[in-house]
Design a protein around this ligand. Structure first.
Ligand SMILES: Nc1ncnc2c1ncn2[C@@H]1O[C@H](COP(=O)(O)OP(=O)(O)OP(=O)(O)O)[C@@H](O)[C@H]1O
Ligand SMILES: [Mg+2]
Length: 276
């Protein structure tokens, strides 16, 4: 009993710590000469729920993926919790990446594996390769993974095969994987683009709940303007690799969106319209 109390205490201490992200003069030129990002300067504070919007090709994915160096940048520096991830190498880079959970449009699960195995894969950064290849995760990790599944309301699916789940459920598994990873930052690149409107809201609600309950700094790329307004605490608008809007949702009017997009908002950019 005493052991359980101690463990819970340890979780709550870890969960209360979240990270800040700073972009300092970040630029990215792709090898073919395309400018992906053009002198980005931003500070994202611990616990914020930031939504990045912009036309296709504006640089949203490039920006998000620069944070954990899934895409390398060509200029400038990114600091995570005050430490340069741009300059980090080897073990230090791996340790910094361990703090950053990533959610993809296509879920990125091992489909033939069970749900719990997929969630446990969030723990690989904490153990030796041999141990994880053999699937020898400590009891603590299994408890953590089940707790993560409980948070996204699919605990009962723990021993199902991942490909037996609906798209929305699979996305919840990937959120649970980020939770099991004990991520201090969650990056989500179009997390609902493959989902229907109802499931979209469920997944966005999960992300938002985790953000408010655990305070995890969350950065999400979204296509739908009304969703961005509904869930964000701050909206960042990108156009041709530059920040053209950065402010609270209350000030992100239709006119602001038209300016970010360089044209009037189209109906299919509103989820509400698709629901009708
Ligand atoms: N691997 C690549 N090589 C060359 N150019 C690229 C590459 N990936 C992206 N780009 C270009 O960089 C720019 C930004 O692309 P990015 O994928 O970040 O846009 P996005 O805002 O995420 O778009 P979408 O809404 O379509 O996902 C675009 O002009 C794109 O064509
Ligand atoms: Mg993209």
């Amino acid at each position: 009993m005493l052991k359980v109390v101690c463990l819970n205490f340890r979780y709550s201490v870890k969960e209360s710590r979240t990270y800040m992200i700073e972009f300092k003069h970040i630029s990215k030129v792709y090898p073919n000469g395309t400018i992906g990002l053009n002198d980005i300067n931003l500070t994202i504070h611990p616990g914020e729920f930031v939504v990045i919007v912009g036309l296709s090709g504006a640089g949203k994915s490039t920006l998000l993926r620069a944070i954990n160096r899934l895409h390398e940048t060509t200029d400038g520096e990114i600091l995570i919790d005050g430490k340069s991830i741009t300059k980090a190498n080897g073990a230090e880079l791996r340790r910094m990446r361990r703090d950053i959970g990533m959610i993809f449009q296509t879920f990125n699960l091992v489909k033939r594996s069970t749900v719990i195995r997929n969630v446990l894969s969030g723990r690989v950064g904490y153990h030796s390769t041999l141990r994880t290849v053999l699937g020898l995760f400590p009891k603590h990790d299994i408890e953590l993974s089940l707790k993560a599944l409980e948070r996204v309301n699919i605990r009962e699916k723990a021993y199902s095969r991942a490909d037996e789940l609906s798209g929305g459920q699979q996305q919840r598994v990937s959120i649970a994987r980020a939770l099991a990873q004990e991520a201090k930052i969650i990056l989500a690149d179009e997390p609902v683009a493959s989902l229907d409107p109802l499931t979209t809201r469920q997944v966005m609600d999960d992300l938002k709940r985790i953000n408010t309950e655990l305070g995890i700094t969350t950065v999400v790329n979204l296509h739908f303007i009304d969703l961005a307004r509904e869930y964000a605490t701050r909206i960042i608008g990108l156009r041709a690799g530059k920040v053209v809007y950065d402010g609270p949702v209350s000030e992100a009017t239709d006119d602001v969106f038209s300016e970010i997009y360089g044209r009037a908002i189209k109906k299919d950019e509103l989820l509400g319209v698709l629901e009708e």
